[in-house]
Design a binder for this molecule. Structure first.
Ligand SMILES: [Zn+2]
Length: 453
């Protein structure tokens, strides 16, 4: 998946004039890739493309423009299985939630949205008639599946919230809550509520589910407020779960990583800001205060000895700050939200009388530069070699994805500064088209974000 992303982004970046990146990437994809066709296995309700090798292969083959005929049936089966699941599923004696991003239905919903986007923006190139016909079938199945999956996930969130109150009372209860393990409800991005909500707030989901904000906007917003209250009570940290996960109570310091911790809340608050209709209706001053406090924790404690990866590494934490830069750069959060914040918050977020993403960009870039010292790219002994040193979520592949996203953000920023210096208020249609192409090439955090505009 990393190679497919980089191939697409290198073209838009214009940083590959001699064709080195494209040629080596094309060569890798054409000669070295052996994607297995394994039988689907949804034991324990794990229907995410990220947690299933067989389903992941279907997804990657589509992005490559080389789907196999049986892939459309595999995808249909996955969606049917996901829709038929209850709120939890039994695995090794535990009642496991079935909705998280990494293993659950939200990871499948993200993949369907990504499939639709990849086709619409020409990331995928189709090689023959047979793959073209399978492509049409996969797109149809995806487009029908998206609103249905959205419906079962939100209903599971409501039922989860009801059960939480029965199990634990109303303190820390939120309108939408998804189980993690038994009676614990995880809050993190890959495993918990912040991840599910981030995908539900994807910009392009609204197209499939036009009434999403009318039907669910209020409960999504109420849940975000609940998460922000929990983070503010925890001095900017986001606990692993409510109630507190036993091992976390014994921990000296809170986890600051994407899978569990404050960076997940930052990505959710960034995506909530990038969803313009949602931001205009629901964004609250408390959310701005929470993202400010939590981003300080990520800056102060987010250089992890675990390495430079996405899930529990420096690049994932930096990406959360990069997404906040996007949100403020596009100025989609209502000014009255900022106006109601403390002076210290306003000072960081408002430059020359307007919202600015620079404060977040500076922190994100510093952290991404530090990733150069992590293993296996660098050799600093401060950092542990991840268990899977080249993988997307733990290793160098994810770090490279983060660097490419940051490079696109910098390119967009430099163009904007150039226009400002030249006093160009509205660039020509050609320049505006190039700007849009750069924004659209931002492929978002794997498993979570589909589009930043
Ligand atoms: Zn992790």
């Amino acid at each position: 998946m990393t190679y497919i992303r980089i191939l697409h982004q290198a073209r838009v970046l214009g940083a590959d004039s001699d064709g080195t990146i494209s040629q080596s990437t094309e060569l890798f994809l054409s000669t070295r890739l052996k994607i297995p066709s394994l039988p689907l296995d949804f034991k324990s309700g794990r229907t995410s493309v990220l947690g299933s090798t067989a389903l992941g292969a279907v997804f990657v083959r589509f992005l490559l423009g080389k789907p196999e005929v049986q892939d459309s049936d595999a995808l249909r089966t996955a969606i049917d299985q996901a829709l038929a699941l209850g709120r939890t599923s039994t695995l090794r004696g535990h009642e496991m939630g079935v909705d998280e991003v990494l293993y659950g239905r939200t990871g499948l919903l993200w993949a369907l949205l990504q499939i639709d986007k990849a086709d619409g923006e020409g990331q995928t190139r189709w090689e023959d008639d047979e793959s073209l016909s399978t492509k049409k079938s996969i797109l149809d199945i995806s487009r029908v599946g998206i609103p249905k999956l959205c419906g079962v996930i939100t209903q599971a969130g409501r039922d989860g919230a009801t059960d939480f109150v029965k199990q634990h009372g109303s303190e820390d209860a939120m309108p939408l809550m998804w189980s993690w393990i038994d009676t614990f409800y995880s809050l993190g991005l890959m495993h918990g509520i912040t991840g599910v909500l981030s995908v539900l707030l994807s910009n392009n989901l609204t197209r499939f589910h036009p009434k999403l904000l009318d039907e669910h906007g209020k409960e999504i917003a109420g849940t975000i407020t609940g998460l922000c209250n929990i983070a503010m009570k925890s001095n900017g940290h986001l606990p692993m779960a409510v109630p507190r996960w036993p091992s976390e109570k014994a921990r000296e310091s809170s986890l600051v990583q994407i899978c569990h911790g404050a960076p997940g809340l930052l990505i959710l608050l960034a995506i909530a800001g990038l969803n313009e209709p949602f931001a205009r209706r629901f964004y609250e001053p408390l959310w701005v205060e929470a993202l400010h406090v939590a981003s300080r924790k990520v800056w102060e404690q987010g250089i992890l000895s675990k390495g430079g990866g996405l899930c529990h590494g420096i690049a994932g934490n930096a990406w959360a700050l990069l997404m906040l830069h996007d949100t403020f750069e596009h100025a989609l959060i209502p000014m009255e939200c900022i106006g109601a914040c403390r002076e210290g918050v306003k000072k960081d977020l408002v430059k020359c009388g307007r919202l600015s993403g620079d404060w977040f960009l500076e922190m994100a870039l510093a952290m991404l530069l530090e990733c150069r010292n992590t293993r296996p790219f660098g050799d600093s002994e401060k950092y542990r070699l991840p268990d899977n040193p080249y993988s997307l979520f733990e290793g160098l592949a994810g770090t490279v994805c983060a660097w490419a996203e940051a490079a696109l953000a910098i390119k967009a920023k430099l163009r904007k500064m150039e226009f400002e210096e030249k006093g160009i208020m509205s660039p020509s249609s050609t320049k505006a088209k190039e700007d849009l192409e750069i924004l659209e090439a931002r492929l978002g955090f794997p498993g979570i974000a589909v589009s930043i505009v």
